[in-house]
Design a binder for this molecule. Structure first.
Ligand code: PLP
Length: 376
C-alpha cells in the first residue's frame, strides 16, 4: 500500500533524517550516553518556549502524549480550575479537571470562536478566585487560534491564578514567550509542528507552579510534574523513556536552531532568528491556504484573525467534502474531514512542521483538479 503524504492536523510528515534517528541502536537510560542525549535537548527547548537565558522557568520532556500533560498540569494545582472551552481539545481538558475531582468551571464559546478577554474577566470577577485557568492556543478541531497574550492580559488583576496553555498544534510553528505571557505550565506533543513521530511531550513550567506542586497531595507517580521536572534537571527520567524519540527530538531541535529546516535562501539563519523564520514560513503557508480557499469561494471556519498557524479549517458549504478528501487521497495527499459534528461541513489542512510552500502548492494544485471535477 502506498501511503499518502500527510497534510492532516497531525501527525505530520517526518523527514527521513529524523526517522533514521529513531532507528539508532539503543542505549541504557541510566547511562552517560543518555545524560548527554538529554543535555542536547535544553538549548532548543528553551528557544521553542521563548525563555531568556536567565529565566527561572524549567523545560522537560516526558514520554507520554499531550493528553497526559493536560492531566499532569492539573495534578500539580489547587482545586478551583477554570477551563476556556472552544472545541474538542479544550473540552477534553475541562473533562479531565472534572474527572480528577476538581471544582471545575468552564466558559464555553461556539466552536470556531474564542473565549473573549471580557468573558474571562467577568467570570474571574464573579466566580473567582481560581487556582488555574486552562486554554488551548490552537484548537486543532476547528483551526482556531487563541492569542497567548490575550489570556495573559485578562489575568492581570488575578496574579495568583496559574495559567496553563496547550501548545500542541502551535509551538515550533509560532512564537511562544512563556514568561512574558505569564504562563505557568505549557506543553505539546511532538507530532505536530515539531514534525516527529508521536510519543513524547515537551513541557515548560514556571518556578511558582513548581513551588505549588509540592504542596499538592496525592500526585501519583508517572504524571507527578515534580518528579519529571526534577528528573529532567538531573538528566534522569522517572521511568524508561522513549529513547528513539529523544534522539529524533535532539536532532530536530538542533536542525531548527541551525536553520537546516528552512527554505534554501534562509539556511544561513541560526538561533532565535532561525526559529522566527520557521514561524514566518507557517504564516505564509496559512496565507497560501486561505487564498486558495477564497479562489474557490470558500471561507475559513473561524474568523480569519483567529486562524491557526498550522491547521486551516475551511467551510465546505458549496462542495462535496468527502469527495475532496477521497480525490486527494487518490492523488497521494491526505487531508482531514471536519472534526466531530463538523464532519462533512468543514475540512482541515495541516500545513505545519517541515512541510514547504512548494509542497503545499502541489497539494493545492491537486485540490484544484479534484474540485474542477465536482459538479457545481
Ligand atoms: C490541541 C490538542 N491538544 C491535545 C491533543 C491530544 O494530543 P495526544 O493525542 O498526543 O494526547 C491534540 C491532538 O491532536 C491536540 O490537537
Amino acid at each position: 500500500m502506498i501511503l499518502a503524504m500527510l497534510w492532516i492536523p497531525g501527525p505530520t510528515e517526518v523527514r527521513p533524517e529524523l526517522l533514521a534517528e529513531c532507528a539508532r541502536s539503543m542505549i541504557g537510560h541510566r547511562s552517560a550516553a543518555m545524560t548527554e542525549l538529554i543535555e542536547r535537548l535544553d538549548p532548543g527547548l528553551r528557544l521553542a518556549f521563548g525563555l531568556e537565558p536567565d529565566s527561572s522557568s524549567q523545560v522537560a520532556v516526558h514520554s507520554a502524549s499531550a493528553t497526559a500533560m493536560m492531566e499532569a498540569a492539573l495534578i500539580g494545582c489547587g482545586p478551583r480550575v477554570l477551563a476556556l472551552v472552544n472545541g474538542a481539545f479544550s473540552r477534553r481538558w475541562f473533562q479531565i479537571a472534572q474527572l480528577l475531582g476538581k471544582d471545575a468551571h468552564a466558559i464555553e464559546a461556539n466552536w470556531g470562536e474564542v473565549v473573549t478577554s471580557d468573558a474571562l474577566r467577568q467570570k474571574l470577577d464573579v466566580d473567582g478566585p481560581f487556582d488555574a485557568v486552562t486554554f488551548v492556543s490552537s484548537e486543532t478541531s476547528t483551526g482556531t487560534l487563541t492569542a497567548l497574550d490575550s489570556v495573559a492580559d485578562a489575568l492581570i488583576e488575578h496574579p495568583d491564578t496559574l495559567l496553563f496553555s496547550d501548545l500542541v498544534s502551535y509551538i515550533a510553528a509560532a512564537p511562544v514567550d512563556f514568561d512574558a505571557n505569564r504562563l505557568d505550565f505549557a506543553f505539546a506533543g511532538v507530532q505536530k509542528a515539531f514534525a516527529l513521530p508521536p510519543g513524547v511531550s515537551v513541557v515548560c513550567a514556571s518556578e511558582r507552579y513548581l513551588a505549588q506542586v509540592e504542596s499538592q497531595p496525592r500526585r501519583g507517580f508517572y504524571l507527578d510534574p515534580m518528579r519529571f521536572f526534577t528528573g529532567h534537571a538531573k538528566r534522569k527520567t522517572p521511568a524508561t523513556p522513549c529513547i528513539p524519540l529523544y534522539y529524533a527530538l535532539a536532532k530536530q531541535l538542533e536542525d531548527i536552531s541551525s536553520g537546516a529546516t528552512l527554505p534554501e535562501g534562509e539556511r544561513h539563519l541560526a538561533g532565535a532568528e532561525a526559529w522566527t523564520a520557521r514561524f514566518a514560513k507557517h504564516v505564509r503557508m496559512r496565507a497560501m491556504t486561505i487564498a486558495w480557499a477564497h479562489s474557490h469561494g470558500l471561507e475559513l471556519f473561524p474568523d480569519e484573525a483567529h486562524g491557526s498557524p498550522t491547521v486551516s479549517c475551511i467551510r465546505g458549504d458549496s462542495i462535496d467534502v468527502a469527495a475532496l478528501v477521497t480525490g486527494l487521497a487518490e492523488r497521494g495527499f491526505e487531508i482531514s474531514n471536519g472534526y466531530g459534528e463538523l464532519k462533512g461541513l468543514t475540512f482541515r489542512i495541516g500545513h505545519m512542521g517541515d512541510h514547504t510552500e512548494d509542497g503545499l502548492g502541489e497539494l493545492l494544485a491537486a485540490a484544484d483538479e479534484v474540485l474542477a471535477a465536482q459538479p457545481v
